[in-house]
Design a protein around this ligand. Structure first.
Ligand SMILES: C[S@@+](CC[C@H](N)C(=O)[O-])C[C@H]1O[C@@H](n2cnc3c(N)ncnc32)[C@H](O)[C@@H]1O
Ligand code: SF4
Length: 466
């Protein structure tokens, strides 16, 4: 057994969870101020995922580490939408050939705080010019179900939206209140209304909320599957902020959360779902084709539009800097809205080396539970066993993988459960060192600002949802 196998065995025995580190690689805490020659970087790209970030919410949930502020200003919304359109129009001029759009996602924050009709101009800009929309395109929008209305839902299909992702988190009133969520949620009415307008549905839940346990989590899940959502996304609670710190005695341990994974994994597989990734379960007869993460992991580049969006290009990953305090977020939103020149934005990012691209490929293959051995050889011209023999041996020694055929290695249920540990194995040494340093710094900041309600991000999540 090699040193990595021992480390992995120890982490599993301890119930160690490093955070949702599979969300993006390299993680954004490794980003530094960089210059990006946008024209050069995008010129030859032919197909993209498009991610629009909306940084506004009607309230701020105590657990949330996403780039979002509370805002109710129609003026600000209108200005922000114009800016999104300007930014996409700017990028369109950089591409040499016709641009195929493979997927579109509006994420946040809460895109549905913005009046629905303002999105008309976004879809017009999307289709204008030298652009080809993929036949399978299923534009998706993240929404807070408490504030969505029948009128809002009715307007979406004619614009082009085909899927809604509902941030439910839990159906238990006391749990919802404890994280600052409204308790006026009538999920049955909302689902019926969405179905009347022929939209597909994803439902987001969280494993590990304050006051949650296996029993009340499963009660929510049993309610949710009655609505047959095309997909169910279940995130392990990540990040730390002062309110979670204060109530940490009510938080499940990581071991309990891992145990809960086994319970809902078995339950969902017995109720007509398959596991696409450790955070996403897909209905077997699913008609939904929203595959932004899958395309991204297969190598389609992602163009991020908006102040919290990241762009993932094979040469460089970049975006605007992450924020620590609400006032920083406001400054960034203002900079985004008022700084006219997109080339001169204060970009933060990382240039991708061959080694980091190989590591990214491994992380994302295992995120989706499957490594194509020949595909790796074709893409990188080297054998995956030469490049990552020790890591694969460690997975085998810990019974996390099965060999499906001589070309395909898959994560088994145990592997799925420990996906974030599996991903960590493929991080470069430099990334681990930066991660440890950043975690320590954030922890110190959290401890010294215990009375502040500002979110403190671990940097471990992507701004897009799977
Ligand atoms: C950008 S949020 C958008 C959802 C929407 N605004 C809503 O009503 O919640 C996407 C999802 O990320 C998940 N999420 C947010 N913060 C999280 C955290 N700290 N840990 C785990 N999941 C989190 C939630 O499930 C949420 O629905
Ligand atoms: S979970 Fe959704 S509604 Fe809550 S603060 Fe985060 S983005 Fe806003």
């Amino acid at each position: 057994m090699n040193a990595l196998s021992h480390l992995l065995r120890k982490q599993i025995a301890m119930g160690f969870w490093p955070g949702f580190i599979m969300g993006m690689y390299p993680p954004q805490f490794s980003y530094e101020p960089i210059e990006v020659n946008l024209e050069q970087v995008w010129a030859d790209t032919q197909a993209i995922n498009l991610y629009y970030h909306v940084p506004f919410c009607q309230w701020k949930c105590s657990f949330c580490t996403f780039f979002a502020i509370v805002s109710n200003s129609d003026h600000e919304y209108g200005k922000y939408i114009s800016r999104l359109n300007e930014q996409f129009a700017y990028y369109k001029n950089l591409f040499n050939g016709p641009l195929r759009i493979k997927s579109v996602c509006f994420g946040g924050g809460t895109p549905n705080v913005i009046p629905v009709l303002l999105y008309e101009s976004v879809f017009e800009e999307l289709a204008r010019g030298n652009v080809v929309l993929d036949e399978e395109l299923e534009p998706s929008m993240e929404v807070s179900p408490e504030i969505i209305t029948e009128d809002y839902i009715r307007s979406l299909p004619s614009m082009g939206v085909k899927r809604l992702s509902l941030g439910v988190q839990s159906l238990k009133s006391d749990l919802r209140e404890s994280v600052n969520r409204d308790d006026n949620l009538n999920i049955g009415d909302i689902v019926n209304s969405i179905r009347r307008h022929n939209l597909n549905i994803n439902i987001d839940l969280i494993n590990g909320l304050i006051g949650q346990n296996a029993e009340n989590f499963m009660q929510t899940l049993e309610e949710i599957i009655k609505f047959s959502p095309e997909t169910i996304s279940i995130y392990l609670l990540s990040g730390r902020n002062s309110s979670l710190f204060k109530s940490r005695e009510y938080l499940m341990t990581t071991k309990e959360r891992y145990d809960l994974f086994d319970i809902y994994y078995d339950y969902l597989l017995n109720h007509g779902y398959r596991c696409e990734s450790h955070v996403k379960f897909v209905k077997l007869d699913n008609k939904s084709t929203h595959q932004q993460k899958i395309y991204e992991y297969q190598g389609v580049e992602t163009l991020g539009i908006g102040c919290g969006a990241k762009s993932y290009n094979s040469h460089v990953h970049y975006g605007l800097p992450w924020y620590q305090k609400r006032s920083d977020a406001e400054k960034l939103i203002n900079a985004y809205m008022n700084q006219m020149d997109f080339q001169r934005m204060p970009w933060h990012g990382i240039y991708m080396t061959l080694d980091e691209n190989k590591r990214r490929h491994m992380v994302y293959s295992f995120f989706l539970g499957e490594l194509d051995i020949r595909g790796y050889q074709l893409r990188f011209g080297s054998s995956v066993f030469d490049d990552f023999g020790q890591e694969l041996a460690a997975l085998q020694a810990n019974d996390l993988i099965d060999t499906l055929s001589e070309d395909v290695i898959v994560l088994n249920q145990k592997g799925r459960k420990y996906t974030d540990l599996v991903g960590g194995l493929f991080w470069s040494q430099a990334m681990h060192e930066t991660f440890d340093a950043v975690r320590q710094k954030k922890l110190n900041q959290t401890l010294s600002s215990k009375n502040s309600a500002s979110p403190v991000d671990t940097g471990a999540r992507s701004s897009t949802t799977p």
